[in-house]
Ligand binder design. Structure first.
Ligand code: 4D8
Length: 255
């Protein structure tokens, strides 16, 4: 029956999410007391701009790698053309990282799990993009407020990734078909109670995600102008391939 098929699709995406998340939510609950000391924060703040960027680019790339693994396990993703897979990852992997960030965010004190402990915005000072960091933390806050279950986070992540509106797509109809299944699966999960209002709030979040990622790319462009060597020679290959917009549809060797 269609209902069992949807149930299986849900279960499969939730499993993929679980298997590609570095940490379990209950595990993190017990780590919340681990907060960076004043001295440790100061050490991060004393890094130079390019040191801190390089460090964050590496952390971010680790997180992106797990998202790529998640994408590959979404039913239907691997059947898309190679170029469309790359297009979806280039435009969506950072968005999913930010969705995942909400799982590792403590709204009580506005800190996120980073480098083994919980960190507030001030720790990222030497990136010299306070507006971006503030916006990312605000987003985590607002997503936390929706109190999504792990299953809902999994389905929402898949929906963010399988987005037929990306301009670079070749076979949009095919992406749309995969997406329709995700939407049905998400509705299936949300069913009963507040389905429509929650869905509406989630679609609003998608707009915010898009602007945050545009800001990330803008900041990267600014940084690259100042430190071309750092980006060229010291940033992880995957980070460059996904976010440095040179060859819009070049092959992504690191995938
Ligand atoms: O599970 O992989 O351990 C953020 C990065 C999260 C960026 C990471 C980061 C995450 C965005 C490092 C720098 C979110 C987890 C840890 C590293 C997402 C900021 C904080 C993952 C969830 C929390 C915990 C800076 C992990 C936004 C932007 C990047 C620049 C290069 C300037």
């Amino acid at each position: 029956t269609p209902d069992t098929i949807l149930k299986e699709l849900c279960a499969s995406i939730v499993r993929s999410h679980r298997e590609t998340s570095q940490y379990r939510v209950d595990e993190l609950q017990t780590l919340r007391w681990k907060i960076f000391s004043r001295e440790e924060v100061h050490a991060y703040q004393s890094k130079t701009v390019d040191e801190m960027w390089q460090h964050c680019a590496m952390r971010l790339t680790d997180a992106v790698q797990y998202v790529v693994e998640f994408a590959k396990r979404i039913p239907g993703f691997r059947q898309l053309g190679q170029n469309d897979q790359i297009c979806l990852l280039k435009s969506g992997s950072m968005e999913v990282v930010l969705v995942r960030m909400s799982r590792l965010f403590n709204p009580e004190n506005g800190t996120v799990f980073f480098d083994g402990k919980f960190a507030g915005t001030e720790l990222f000072k030497s990136l010299a993009c306070g507006d971006f960091i503030a916006a990312v933390f605000d987003f985590a806050h607002s997503l936390c407020a929706l109190r999504l279950t792990e299953q809902q986070v999994a389905l929402f992540s898949a929906l963010v990734l399988i987005n037929a509106d990306r301009p670079c797509l070749e076979d949009r109809d095919r992406v749309l078909r995969v997406r329709k299944d995700m939407e049905l699966a998400l509705r299936h999960l949300l069913h009963r109670d507040n389905q429509e209002s929650l869905l509406h709030k989630l679609y609003q979040k998608v707009t915010v995600l898009r602007s945050l990622c545009a800001l990330h790319i803008e900041k990267l462009r600014w940084f690259r102008q100042l430190y071309p060597f750092t980006v060229h020679s010291l940033f992880p290959a995957l980070y460059k391939e996904l976010f440095v917009c040179e060859n819009p549809l070049g092959p992504v060797g690191s995938l």
